[in-house]
Write a protein that binds this ligand. Structure first.
Ligand code: TXA
Ligand code: MG
Length: 318
């Protein structure tokens, strides 16, 4: 059988225009894409992912003009962030324009928008116009960072995965909005909190108790491997206490020098961006090895280390 992993941009564009769902590469993670004016295809995205329809999709656009058409206003601090980080791994939550359907925004009055930084996807977007796309994983599973991850998740029900290689950033976009005159960070991601604050000053972190905005990406259980996953500083103790278990170890910079079934070092040079690029890929790989445990050393809690730690804290929940 012909593989669904293909590299024809023309074919992807034709399928999308024909109201199909196509998996697309971005620099963060792969997405499940549909054109914003194709309600049946958008509905099918929710069905394929098993995602609650109360969880809004973000919209990807080719340029600032397209973004401006999809929102009612563009608060100045968010405009500054767009100028600094687009195209790139930052999603801005903006007051939505009429033409963005409630189906996409889950009936919110805001819409999440970003210009991705991936040459193949930008080419697609230039020809199709705005595309709604969540990450291309089943609900609550780890986001895919290669075309093969997507094809493995959806062996049926998807006509094409547009191959764009391994994702450069490797974790999802950072999500930022503006509420009551304040810049709010809803989801840590591939643009660090430090980088955001350099442009707009101190930002508030989303607080589920205080806010009326529901961002299911912030829910506790998310991004989970199937294998029981533990994050601990005490790697030695854990391995010694589980001597008969098959353990996959994920270390940041240095080997544990312990005898385990498998060990991966995310970045021998201690680069947090490189660690982000490798984290999901390693989790996907380990999840195939029938391990008893995936044990992860927490990363330094700064820059992208903070974003990775946030994801890992969700991977271990429940
Ligand atoms: O890097 C990414 O952002 C990837 C790639 C494909 O672009 N997409 C992605 O989409 O991670 P998704 O749907 O898996 O995560 C987007 C998050 C969801 O948790 C959703 O609840 C939140 O963004 N979101 C979307 N629109 C929103 C809005 N108007 N207000 C608040 N949160 C929103
Ligand atoms: Mg997702």
């Amino acid at each position: 059988m012909e593989s669904i992993i293909q590299s024809s941009i023309e074919k992807a564009v034709a399928l999308l225009k024909n109201g199909e769902v196509v998996a697309i590469p971005t620099e963060t993670v792969y997405g499940l894409a549909a054109l914003i004016d194709q309600p049946k295809a958008i509905d099918y995205i929710f069905e394929l992912k098993g995602r609650p329809r109360s969880n809004p999709l973000i919209v990807h656009v080719a340029n600032l003009q397209q973004a401006e058409k999809l929102c009612d206003s563009f608060p100045t601090p968010l405009k500054k962030l767009a100028q600094q980080f687009w195209p790139g791994s930052l999603t801005l939550v903006l007051p939505k324009a009429q033409q963005v359907s409630n189906q996409i925004t889950a009936s919110k009055n805001t819409v999440g928008i970003r210009i991705p930084n991936h040459p193949i996807l930008l080419q697609v977007l230039k020809e199709t116009g705005p595309i709604a796309a969540p990450s291309a994983n089943p609900f609550e599973r780890i986001s895919p960072t290669t075309a093969k991850h997507v094809a493995d998740y959806f062996p049926e029900g998807l006509k094409m995965v547009l191959d764009g290689g391994a994702c450069q950033a490797g974790i999802e976009s950072t999500i930022v909005g503006f509420e009551n005159g304040e810049v709010i960070l809803y989801r840590l991601g591939a643009v660090s909190l430090e980088e955001i604050e350099k442009v707009v000053g101190k930002v508030a972190l989303f607080n589920a108790q205080k806010s009326t905005v529901v961002t299911p990406g912030m829910s506790k259980k998310h991004y989970a491997p199937k294998t029981k996953t533990v994050v601990t500083k005490n790697i030695n103790d854990f391995v010694n206490q589980h001597a008969t278990s098959k353990i996959g170890l994920i270390m940041f910079q240095q080997s544990s020098k312990l005898i385990v079934a498998k060990e991966v070092i995310l970045s021998p040079s201690g680069n947090l961006n490189e660690a982000a690029q490798h984290i999901y890929q390693t989790l996907h790989k380990f999840d195939q090895l029938e391990l008893d445990y995936i044990v992860i050393e927490p990363l330094p809690n700064k820059e992208l280390g903070r974003s990775i730690n946030d994801r890992l804290s969700r991977a271990v929940h429940g």
